[in-house]
Write a protein that binds this ligand. Structure first.
Ligand code: AHM
Ligand code: MG
Length: 281
């Protein structure tokens, strides 16, 4: 596992460099979900694939930017599902973006996840790992190495509310739920990048991030393998919870590589409220 974390760190240094100095325009390609890929998405994907292809314990890679998984080593143990540059269009407006990695064994169901890692590229570059050692945050130093900063733990209740999706397409119970958090004093924190938004909730100790089913996207927008399962794993390991409204996200199966699901990540109290507001959905 450590060699995978090392490869992620090497990729992060290179990705940080292209975000800062290279073209962030659109390419002529579309990814499997139909999004037009940015040059930054394509370059980041290539960087990660190159670093991972040096590691014998990796059996296969599945990328948000590739239609099909890409086999690496027949005798490898791990399958890696990753989003090379989540929220990449935010680079143009100089907001934080991130890379997300799920390290799976045997398959890509939520319960196959063994570890999760994300990297935030912002004013600082930080990496968070979640595994049997808990949730640990590292920061890139002047020496171009990542240094351990602290362990991350969620409180049982927080103050931040990050509600995703197009509001006019929210269902009535979801509108009421989001409103009830605001009525209880929660403050809005939503950048449009799930990595910095979920990172902020973790660092500040708690809150709720939601990307619900909407009338235009009945299965939500965020992808299980590359985005949802890894963050569900991080939030659970940090002492929080993650559900699709009713079911624990990590109990969901993955039928197609690019499957999406509605998702809610947060501290325990907030997730309890989501559960009761979605009980009669
Ligand atoms: P991407 O993988 O195409 O970058 O999309 C994922 C992003 C998430 O980071 C973010 O939470 C969400 O899309 C924002 O979507 P919306 O603008 O619909 O709220
Ligand atoms: Mg993404």
């Amino acid at each position: 596992m450590l060699e995978i974390y090392d490869a992620i760190q090497r990729s992060a240094l290179k990705i940080q460099d292209i975000i800062a100095f290279e073209d962030s325009g659109y390419s002529e390609n579309q990814n499997a979900t139909g999004d037009t890929q940015l040059e930054l998405d394509i370059q980041s994907d290539k960087i990660i694939e190159k670093e991972f292809s040096k590691i014998s314990s990796i059996k296969e890679l599945a990328s948000e930017e590739k239609e099909l998984p890409c086999p690496l080593n027949k005798n490898g143990k791990y399958l890696i599902g990753y989003d090379p540059l989540d929220g990449s269009s935010l680079a143009d407006v100089n907001l934080s973006v991130g890379s997300i990695f799920g390290i799976y064994e045997n398959g890509y169901d939520g319960n196959d996840l063994k570890a999760a890692v994300y990297v935030v590229y912002g004013p600082r570059v930080e990496m968070v790992t979640a595994d049997e050692n808990g949730v640990r945050m590292y920061r890139l130093g002047k020496d171009k190495r990542f240094h351990f900063v602290k362990e991350l733990k969620l409180n049982d209740k927080g103050k931040l509310n990050s509600p995703g999706g197009t509001q006019k397409n929210w269902k009535t119970n979801h509108k009421k739920l989001v409103e009830s958090f605001f009525e209880n004093g929660y403050r809005l924190r939503y950048s449009g990048g799930m990595v910095p938004d979920l990172h902020q909730i973790l660092i500040k100790g708690g809150g709720i991030f939601s990307y619900p089913a909407t009338t235009d996207l009945p299965k939500g927008k965020l992808r299980k393998i590359f985005e949802v399962f890894p963050f569900a794993f991080v939030y659970e390991k940090a002492g929080g919870a993650a559900i699709d409204g009713a079911t624990r996200l990590l109990d969901l199966k993955c039928e197609q590589i690019h499957d999406t699901t509605p998702c809610f990540f947060g501290s325990k109290e907030e997730i309890k409220k989501v559960r009761s507001s979605y009980a009669y959905d």
